[in-house]
Design a protein around this ligand. Structure first.
Ligand code: CAA
Ligand code: NAD
Length: 298
């Protein structure tokens, strides 16, 4: 396989089949990254329409990467990688021969726990389960399975094909063997892997999400416009996007799910108080770039 040969990172031992459940912004990117590194990937979602749209988005993203390659290499690059990605609407069927299952569905603990309990019955004993959750405790999901030693967090960043980081989260039940395999898997995707314990938000979101919320509260108090806050953080702090652009990019529904979860867990901490403005936008269906309206219009 041309794309595999061209990579400088080797694949993780004993891993060839990767199944990604939830083929949205993150699941598609994770599937793309895995296929780019030579793994056979199955993307699972609720409908063929969602999957077809996601395949289009992956092809578009690969075409952007291929633009930097020469003629025939660019053509076979996209084709080779796309040929390694299949789709399914049946999670239990898809995971039957998976080596790794990565979950990237909605940020809701009950929904994730139900999924993991079902998948635990359908997957091989040796299959490693990993959640891409932004904010939930990995341990709270692992307990619904019989494989707490083969359960961990594998947290990617949006857009997956550009962002170079993966957080690998080990609970106190995750085995060393699982942790090592997942560090190797993350590195095989050409990402820098950092290790974190099962603490809310891990490293990056524990710092990033409160920062996004502080920007929303600054706007709510009428102290500056969103345009000026965005310009301030881009030009004054060197961020590639301002906080409102980034919040729209991440998804306002996802940010609200994260905040609701943390507020319920730590009701005394004012850092996690709900924001009326964020609540209103989400209730109105303005979830950011993915719905073409958030703090800004797209
Ligand atoms: N696929 C492939 N390549 C892409 C891409 C994609 N989807 N998006 C960007 N690129 C690459 C391309 O190489 C592009 O060059 P070309 O236009 O020549 O193809 C290059 O990046 C630059 O892209 P753009 O010119 O479109 O835009 P930009 O320079 O503003 O970069 C960005 C876009 C990378 C998204 C940048 O704005 C950025 O880094 N933003 C911050 C993103 C961030 O903080 N992400 C973390 C969110 S938090 C999270 O993910 C965790 C969580 O749990 C919520
Ligand atoms: P998204 O809304 O773009 O995609 C979620 C997908 O999951 C949708 O296509 C939905 O149809 C599908 N889905 C929901 N329930 C399902 C089920 N039971 N079975 C199969 N598919 C199901 O969301 P996203 O932004 O990709 O986020 C997904 C996960 O990744 C969340 O846990 C989120 O916190 C996390 N995350 C998000 C970001 C980000 O920047 N958006 C970054 C890192 C991690």
């Amino acid at each position: 396989r041309a794309a595999t040969m061209a990579r400088s990172y080797s694949m993780a031992p004993n891993v060839s089949r990767v199944v990604v459940i939830g083929s949205g912004q993150m699941g598609g990117g994770i599937g793309q990254a895995a296929a780019q590194s030579g793994y056979d990937v199955t993307l699972v979602d609720m409908s063929q329409d969602i999957l077809a749209n996601n395949l289009k988005a992956i092809e578009k993203s690969l075409t952007r990467v291929a633009k930097k390659k020469s003629g025939t290499e660019a053509e076979s690059f996209v084709k080779d990688i796309m040929s390694r990605i299949s789709v399914s609407t049946s999670a239990p069927e898809a995971v039957a021969d998976a080596d790794i299952v990565i979950e990237a569905i909605v940020e809701n603990l009950d929904v994730k726990r139900k999924l993991w309990a079902d998948l635990d019955k359908a997957a091989k004993k040796s299959t490693i389960f990993a959640s891409n959750t932004s904010s939930l405790a990995i341990g709270d999901m692992a307990t619904v399975t019989e494989r707490q030693d083969r359960f961990c967090g594998l947290h990617f960043f949006n857009p997956v094909s550009v962002m170079k980081l993966v957080e690998v989260i080990k609970t106190d039940k995750t085995s060393e063997e699982t942790n090592t395999t997942m560090m190797q898997f993350g590195e095989s995707l050409n990402k820098r892997c950092v290790q974190c314990t099962d603490t809310p938000g891990f490293i990056v979101n524990r710092l990033l999400v409160p920062y996004l919320m502080e920007a929303i509260r600054l706007l709510e108090r009428g102290e500056a416009t969103k345009q000026d806050i965005d310009a301030g953080m881009k030009l004054g702090a060197g961020h590639p996007m301002g906080p409102f652009q980034l919040a729209d990019y991440v998804g306002l529904d996802t940010i609200k799910f994260i905040m609701d979860g943390w507020h319920a867990k730590y009701p005394e901490d004012p850092l996690f108080n709900p924001s009326p403005l964020l609540t209103k936008l989400v209730e109105d269906g303005h979830h950011g770039v993915k719905t073409k309206q958030g703090f800004y219009e797209y």
